[in-house]
Design a protein around this ligand. Structure first.
Ligand code: NAD
Length: 266
């Protein structure tokens, strides 16, 4: 990564990206660093968070890695306080950490229901609350970006708690937008389509076995509702995250933006 190669749209900003040890969050953290932000790479996997931050530092960025379970209030508060102390404040939050669990409601345990809801909903609430303290008290305003999904608008089988959580995040962003406007805090939800990360790869063998088809066929079926048969890329999502993070006014707040090659029109 060459941190000098982009346009500096986030120069002077401090960003926290959760679930940034891998996948979409990692790419957003890298892109933010290239755009000039100081970045906290936060992940429940402290080793991958540290490794991703070290990659950024080696490329000339300002970054720290932090082990953070977004469902643990004390861990979230401590990590956000640490970032604010290290970098002076917090301007941008990307609440990206997420998990999936495949089961129909009839077969889903209460524990798995709560686990999925907690990572997405509790995690976004806790990280937003901890960052708001700095965005509001410091009178700097800020940008909060939640990771929804096309499942913020649609349902499919076997993803009940994920779908409920992703619908809920749109409501959380709208509430944050209303409450944050007077403080210059904006909140929006990015709703990706299918992105080829570990979260998707883990579903392929399970669905292939259940449907008695190849994994390639599962992918073809997944992509049928797109307008062009394409996966959404991590870079496409990171571009939209930079756009939202750098947007200068409350004109764009409380929005959910589908970045999905058209799946949301299903
Ligand atoms: P991923 O599995 O590749 O990465 C998720 C990261 O989150 C991992 O590094 C993991 O360690 C971390 N994480 C998990 N639980 C955590 C917790 N409690 N606290 C902190 N970190 C935690 O997933 P991804 O595909 O990059 O997904 C990122 C976000 O994008 C998720 O919110 C997901 O729901 C959303 N999304 C993904 C897709 C897709 O097709 N991949 C589509 C729509 C939305």
């Amino acid at each position: 990564m060459n941190v000098a190669s982009e346009t500096g749209r986030l120069n002077g900003k401090v960003a926290i990206v959760t679930g940034a040890g891998a996948g979409i969050g990692k790419t957003i953290a890298e892109t933010f660093a290239r755009e000039g932000a100081s970045v906290c790479v936060a992940d429940i996997n402290g080793v991958s968070a540290e490794a991703a931050a070290q990659e950024l530092v080696a490329a000339g960025a300002v970054a720290i890695g932090v082990e953070m379970d977004v469902t643990d209030e004390d861990a979230v508060t401590a990590a956000v306080d640490r970032v604010a102390k290290a970098f002076g404040s917090v301007d941008i939050l990307v609440a990206n950490a997420g998990i999936q669990h495949l089961a129909e409601i009839a077969d889903l345990s209460f524990a798995d229901w709560k686990r999925v809801l907690s990572v997405h909903l509790d995690g976004s609430f806790l990280t937003a609350k901890a960052c708001l303290k700095y965005m509001i008290d410091g009178a700097r305003g800020g940008s909060i970006i939640l990771l929804g999904s096309v499942h913020s608008y649609l349902a499919s089988e076997q993803k009940g708690p994920y779908i409920v959580a992703k619908h809920g995040l749109v409501g959380l962003a709208r509430t944050l937008a209303k409450e944050g406007a007077k403080h210059g805090v904006r909140a929006n939800t990015i709703c990706p389509g299918l992105v080829r990360t570990a979260l998707i790869e883990a579903q392929l063998p399970i669905l292939a076995q259940e449907r008695v088809v190849s994994e390639e066929q599962v992918i073809t079926d997944f992509l049928k509702p797109t307008i062009d048969g394409e996966f959404t890329t991590q870079a496409e999502l990171a571009d939209v995250a930079v756009f939202l993070a750098s947007f200068p006014s409350n004109a764009l707040s409380g929005q959910s933006i589908s970045v999905s090659h058209g799946i949301h029109m299903l």
